[in-house]
Design a protein around this ligand. Structure first.
Ligand code: ARG
Length: 458
């Protein structure tokens, strides 16, 4: 009854839902590299003849040239990059092409290709983050003594140095790089030769293919090897956390660039104008970095959900592993580059920053500390006295160090003229010289260490 429509319908849908070539063609280089390593191993082990292996290798090289020049053809009937390349190889060299798949399955093939791809993504992220760190360290060095307000709850808390603030992001990126490095060390095993799920009866040499593809060793369990996507999840988790840091840095720039703050002038190259309001210079790049972080974390969630509850070994669900990784990697690379440009190219308005620190009663803690130190007043009482001084300064519309001595002494007679040494923002930051503190002297040391670690003085 419905046969006329159904005979074609399901197969068309099947073809479309099954095809991964639209996205997994991005793996073509890895696929050809892994196939060449496999062919060489098969020949060395006497599983295929040297002549066949040579024909296969030459054919694969020719296909690489074609893909490079014209792109990878997208034929849904051929499903994926593995079948696309194998079918082209058969066109080029005939029957010998059929020997390449000896002792191999698409399951260990795709696991190997994808690992190789993720390994490069890890390296790319590390390179980008190293460049971002350099930009942070250079700007921190310029501003090791530039005063700005430090915030908690986005309320002025204590004066800090801009160099100290920028170096906080250096530390975050340092941890991101170590997460990517961990992921890389953990994924350093080659699945090739695990075959469909159970290994193979052919006398293959898995150490040889692992070594040829730059892995430390072959994977130790064939079932795990074809069903494991931890390496992709490790990458996405590290990418997600890195994206959160980039998003927080982006948010700082967005706030700092707003008119009421006016702490920074963003580079024109990373801003946009408004089609209706001529005065506007919008921090679109920073906002998109903030937005992309959500998408990158979403990619991590997507793959975790794909993998949840899959029995061993391979299931077709796992074909969906690639789009989130490809998407996250593109977004992350762009976000890192945008933040590097923003850090390197922004003009910091240190006059505005200092003014905000001076007007925000940022040295109130210093007054309280002075009362404890010099007048032996318990901190809680000193806190109370200082509160009264801030209230008075606020009422008079002046900074704390602009309150006349007689006014301060009316609040508490134990205060004397030496207090003014503690009330300036410069004295405040200079005093916070504990290890890791904001004092310029400390920032200078951290910057020098970072420059050494990054090899910037060589
Ligand atoms: N295109 C597939 C993927 O990306 C390749 C593996 C296919 N394996 C299979 N048993 N159908 O996952």
């Amino acid at each position: 009854m419905w046969g006329g429509r159904f005979a074609e319908g399901p197969s068309a849908i099947m073809r479309e839902i099954n095809a991964s070539i639209p996205f997994d063609k991005a793996l073509w280089r890895q696929d050809i590299m892994a196939s060449k390593a496999h062919a060489a191993m098969l020949a060395a082990q006497g599983i295929v003849t040297g002549a066949d292996a040579q024909a296969i290798t030459e054919g694969l090289d020719r296909i690489a040239g074609e893909y490079e020049a014209d792109g990878v053809p997208e034929d849904w009937d051929l499903e994926d990059i593995h079948m696309t390349t194998e079918s082209r190889l058969a066109d080029l060299i005939g029957a010998a092409a059929g020997r390449l798949h000896t002792a191999r399955s698409r399951n260990d093939q795709v696991a190997t290709d994808f690992r190789l791809w993720v390994r490069e993504a890890l390296d790319e992220a590390d390179r980008g983050l190293s460049a971002l760190q350099r930009a942070l360290v250079i700007r921190a060095g310029e501003h090791e003594a530039s005063i700005m307000p430090g915030f908690t709850h986005l309320q002025t808390a204590q004066p800090i140095t801009l160099g100290h603030h920028l170096m906080a992001y250096y530390e975050m990126i340092r941890r991101d790089r170590s997460r990517f490095a961990d992921a890389r060390a953990r994924m350093d095993e080659c699945p090739l030769g695990s075959a469909a799920l159970a290994g193979t009866g052919f006398p293959i040499d898995r150490d040889a293919t692992a070594q040829a593809l730059g892995f430390a060793r072959p994977t130790a369990n064939s079932l795990d090897a074809v069903s494991d996507r931890d390496f992709a999840l490790d990458y996405l988790a590290a990418a997600g956390q890195c994206a959160l840091h980039l998003s927080r840095l982006a948010e700082e720039f967005i706030i700092w660039a707003s008119q009421p703050f006016g702490f920074v002038r963003l580079p024109d190259a990373l801003s946009t104008g408004s089609s209706i309001m001529p005065q506007k210079k919008n921090p679109d790049a920073a906002e998109l970095v903030r937005g992309h972080a959500g998408r990158i974390v979403g990619c991590n969630m997507a793959l975790m959900m794909t993998m949840k509850g899959l029995p061993l070994a391979y299931s077709k669900d796992m074909q969906d592993d690639k789009p989130p990784v490809f998407e996250a990697s593109g977004l992350l690379a762009l976000s890192i580059a945008a933040m590097e440009g923003m850090v390197a190219g922004s003009t910091f308005r240190t006059d505005r920053m200092r003014q905000a620190a001076e007007l925000g009663y940022a040295t109130a803690t210093d007054l309280a500390d002075w009362l404890v130190r010099e007048a032996d007043i318990p901190f809680r009482e000193a806190h109370h006295i200082t509160g009264a001084a801030v209230k008075r300064a606020e009422a008079d519309g002046v900074a704390l160090d602009q309150l006349p001595l007689d006014v301060l002494r009316k609040i508490d007679k134990r205060i004397d003229a030496r207090v003014y040494d503690a009330l300036s923002v410069d004295a405040s930051v200079a005093s916070r010289a504990s290890y890791g503190g904001t004092a310029p002297e400390q920032v200078r040391r951290r910057v020098a260490e970072a420059r050494r670690v990054l090899g910037m003085d060589e």
